[in-house]
Design a protein around this ligand. Structure first.
Ligand code: IPD
Ligand code: CA
Ligand code: CA
Length: 265
């Protein structure tokens, strides 16, 4: 594991510890609303502060892009942080949430960490160095088509602009696969694709911190990540498909008829 990923692992563990400490007293948490169905708690904020402090202590010159506190300018390295991915799950005590930390160098993803503190599963990836779950090397599933595939997704529960389109996609996907899952943490969904637990994943309207680490992880596990049209704009648009090459190709083909102009990236 590269030194930067090692530091990110330390930061993710520290944040995961905070999440676990508060899990038994969720009813005492102060929760604020950022928008429709968009909540932030003192746990999100405390985790983000802890992560940034650990990363900055090791790399004072690096820049930061973090969900709750925004951008801090820096050198050619930038940390992309989701301190608590799956806040809605977390606030309900539904045990599917994670810390996500990625690093970009001159715009290219080089390091990614996704940590599930409830299961104590640490997913890591280094550009060119593969993806791991704890000490085990990860590989995407070897499924060759949508037939029999278990596919993950996320619902557009905040921004309803594409709700009808999404529903059409959902119907098409349901008829072609063995099952769909909506676990509620995009960071973990990508990690699960990397681990072969899901055969594929798609979602509309993610933010970069939801899946920057996960996208590198899927690639390093031998999978393909793209925007909905099969192009490379996913980190900008947040519209994304991920999976082993053949499943990914089938998903792009299946979803193509539903892509209005603003989703063709
Ligand atoms: C959310 C989760 C969810 C996805 C949403 C994200 P948050 O992140 O990743 O799975 O469907 O689009 O915003 O708000 O819990 O950090
Ligand atoms: Ca998130
Ligand atoms: Ca979050």
């Amino acid at each position: 594991m590269q030194p930067m990923t090692n530091i990110a692992v330390r930061a993710a563990r520290a944040a995961g510890k905070i999440q676990m400490q508060y899990l038994n007293r969720l009813d005492t948490l102060t929760v604020a609303k950022k928008g429709r169905n968009d909540f932030v708690s003192e746990v999100d904020r405390a985790c983000e502060q802890e992560i940034i402090q650990i990363l900055k202590a090791a790399y004072p010159g690096h820049g930061v892009l973090a969900e709750e506190t925004g951008t801090q300018q820096g050198n050619e390295y930038q940390w992309i942080i989701d301190p608590l991915d799956g806040t809605t799950n977390y606030l309900h005590g539904f045990p599917q949430f994670a810390v996500s930390i990625a690093c970009r160098h001159r715009g290219e993803l080089i390091s990614g960490v996704v940590y599930d503190p409830f299961k104590d599963e640490m997913f890591t990836a280094d550009k060119g160095g593969g993806a791991y779950l704890n000490d085990r090397r990860l590989r995407v599933s070897n499924r060759k088509s949508l037939d029999g595939a278990l596919i993950g997704t996320g619902f557009p529960f905040r921004d309803h602009t594409h709700l009808d389109t999404y529903t059409e996609m959902f119907k098409a996907m349901i008829s072609e696969t063995a099952g769909l899952r909506r676990p509620g943490s995009a960071a973990l969904d990508f990690a699960y694709v990397a681990a072969g637990r899901l055969d594929g994943f798609w979602e509309i309207g993610l933010s970069i911190w939801d899946f920057a680490a996960g996208a590198l992880m899927v690639r390093e596990a031998g999978g393909t990540v793209s925007d909905l049209a099969g192009g490379d704009k996913h980190l900008q648009t947040g519209n994304v498909i991920a999976g082993p090459l053949k499943v990914h190709t089938d998903m792009v083909r299946l979803l193509r008829p539903f892509l209005h102009a603003d989703l063709r990236a």
